[in-house]
Design a protein around this ligand. Structure first.
Ligand code: B12
Length: 484
């Protein structure tokens, strides 16, 4: 069957949609993948979508991989297809759809609302053979305005049986001010973005997460299953796939393992991984870990084998926010110790560390925010800081809470704000300005130059904060924008 699979994520995808494509190709279907991978502008003008017609014209089914921040694009494409090609069904899947089928069913004909691995081929086979597909597990359908929501299968755990992520560029296209055949040159350009401006491959070696953070998309799996079970690819399988993919994408300079917590693997496994990785792959790599699973021994195993960056979620400097709002069972003091330990590897091993924080959370008091400020101020200067604006993903506990408390309105694709590239909305105050200021100064290396730490500490002191609070919110809104 001829399928067009679109990915509307702003970054060049390295996510599950490549797996969906690979599964369908392995089953003998013809899949053309189109990436709408630009970050700005978010909207695609109607005439920009027109070239899609050339590809969809030949297709019998359209699928779209949807991330919440880009859901508006999925809506635009779906409306385009329904209008131009009445009769062609549009199926959505991806992080935006997990556990909340009703969201996507406002627009799509069908939704995959859990993992797609076990069901997508079966669905397409039935669809092609004109058999009843409305009972496919993990999927929901819009049939003449009423919704059929099927049962959900237990999380898929035979990860080694999956095909390699589809990076075969022959039938891949880019839609950005025209429709272009994807080439290695284009892909190389688009994969050079984060965390370093060099071509980077994101790769997952496991699924699941040990945490239950109230804001995270993973909590949607907890809604479905009561937990988000850890599942692992074997190390041999990981290295085989990396060897194959990097042989083809021979321009990649860094590999980042996107596993929610790379240290869920045992020391023994990490040792085996490190040796094999160095021998066969050999590129610098990054991982994400949490303060709870961090072990000195584990880092030291990886350091000699190419580990160059560790990403760690701090999220807030306030224990109250971590406990009562984010449901993160991690002690702030522990995170601080772990950060100091990781930072100490900088000199000998050139190890970078990136810390994630969530700001502009309406449940924070100004005292909570100032604790985040002080936490950041105390960090060694080479530590990189990511500040994300709290995004309320539908289906997460924090979304439900904020909706109930009247803080947010029900999800609307047009108004959903980005984690990044956003503006302060809930906390237009002096303390949030200080958090943004300190990140700005660190980023531009001003702290080092002016030895400003002590002045900044004074700016965060109680008397200064009292005086600063006489300025109106509009002032801090303006000031915050000026240091973003
Ligand atoms: C690698 C990664 C990245 C990479 C690459 C992103 C990309 N576009 O490919 C980078 C670092 C660039 C990135 C950035 C961001 N990311 Co990110 N990222 C991930 C991560 C860690 C792994 C993705 C992955 O491979 N998952 C594993 C695969 C197997 O799962 P999957 O993609 O969901 O696919 C399965 C199903 O959804 C389904 N499926 C998927 N697609 C389709 C399509 C169809 C048609 C069907 C039927 C089924 C289907 O089947 C798949 C197999 O079972 C996830 C967390 C996670 N563990 O998933 C976050 C995650 C996807 N990211 C997230 C976010 C919010 C972001 C950012 C917006 C954050 C920011 N900094 O601003 C940015 C924005 C990126 C951009 N501009 O597009 C959220 C998305 C939440 C949401 N509701 O949309 C996640 C889920 C993190 C989280 N836990 O909350 N990210």
């Amino acid at each position: 069957m001829k399928i067009v699979l679109l990915n509307v994520s702003g970054r060049q995808s390295s996510d599950g949609s490549r797996l969906i494509s690979a599964l369908l190709k392995r089953a003998g279907h013809h899949v053309k993948c189109v990436f709408l991978s630009r970050t700005q502008p978010l909207d695609y003008e109607p005439d920009e979508l027109e070239p899609l017609g050339e590809i969809i014209n030949e297709a019998e089914l359209v699928m779209i991989a949807v991330h919440s921040s880009y859901a508006i694009r999925a809506v635009q494409v779906t409306e385009f297809v329904h209008k131009k090609f009445p009769g062609i069904k549009v199926i959505w899947g991806g992080p935006h759809c997990i556990s909340v089928p009703e969201l996507g069913l406002r627009y799509a004909d069908g939704i995959c609302f859990s993992e797609g691995d076990q069901v997508i081929v079966d669905f397409v086979n039935k669809f092609e053979a004109c058999k009843n597909y409305f009972n496919t597990p993990n999927m929901a359908f819009n049939v003449n305005g009423s919704h059929i929501v099927n049962n959900v299968l237990q999380p898929f755990d035979n990860l080694d049986s999956l095909p390699y992520y589809d990076y075969n560029l022959d039938d891949h296209f880019l839609l950005d001010q025209g429709l272009f055949q994807m080439t290695k040159g284009l892909l190389k350009e688009r994969l050079a973005d984060y965390p370093y401006p060099v071509p980077t491959l994101f790769f997952l070696t496991s699924r699941g997460c040990p945490h239950r953070c109230s804001y995270c998309n993973n909590s949607r799996y907890i809604t479905l299953f009561g937990h988000n079970k850890m599942r692992f690819y074997s190390i041999d399988r990981v290295i085989e796939e990396l060897d194959y993919t990097l042989g083809y994408l021979n321009f990649i300079e860094v590999v980042v393992f996107g596993d929610d917590d790379f240290f869920m693997r045992s020391e023994k496994q990490l040792e085996y991984f490190a040796k094999k990785y160095k021998k066969i792959v050999g590129l610098p790599f990054g991982i994400a870990v949490s303060a709870n699973t961090y072990r000195k021994e584990k880092v030291e195993i990886l350091l000699d084998y190419g580990l160059k960056v560790i990403q760690l979620g701090v999220q807030s400097g306030s224990q109250r926010i971590l406990d009562e709002v984010y449901n993160r069972k991690i002690k702030k003091s522990k995170t601080r110790d772990v950060v100091q330990q990781i930072a100490s590897y900088r000199k000998m091993h050139d190890l970078d560390i990136i810390l994630d924080f969530i700001i502009d959370n309406p449940y924070e008091t100004r005292d909570d925010i100032i604790q985040t400020y002080k936490f950041i101020l105390d960090l060694p200067l080479h530590v990189r800081i990511n500040l994300f604006f709290l995004a309320f993903f539908p289906g997460t506990p924090i979304y439900n809470r904020a909706l109930k408390d009247g803080i947010i309105k029900p999800f609307n694709e047009k108004e959903f704000r980005f984690y990044t590239r956003s503006h302060v909305k809930y906390q237009r105050n002096y303390e949030t300005f200080l958090v943004l200021l300190v990140r700005f100064l660190r980023h531009h290396r001003r702290l080092r130059r002016y030895r400003a730490k002590y002045s900044l500490l004074a700016l965060g002191s109680y008397p200064v904060r009292c005086i600063a609070s006489i300025f109106p919110e509009s002032f801090y809104s303006f000031m915050s924008k000026s240091v973003q």
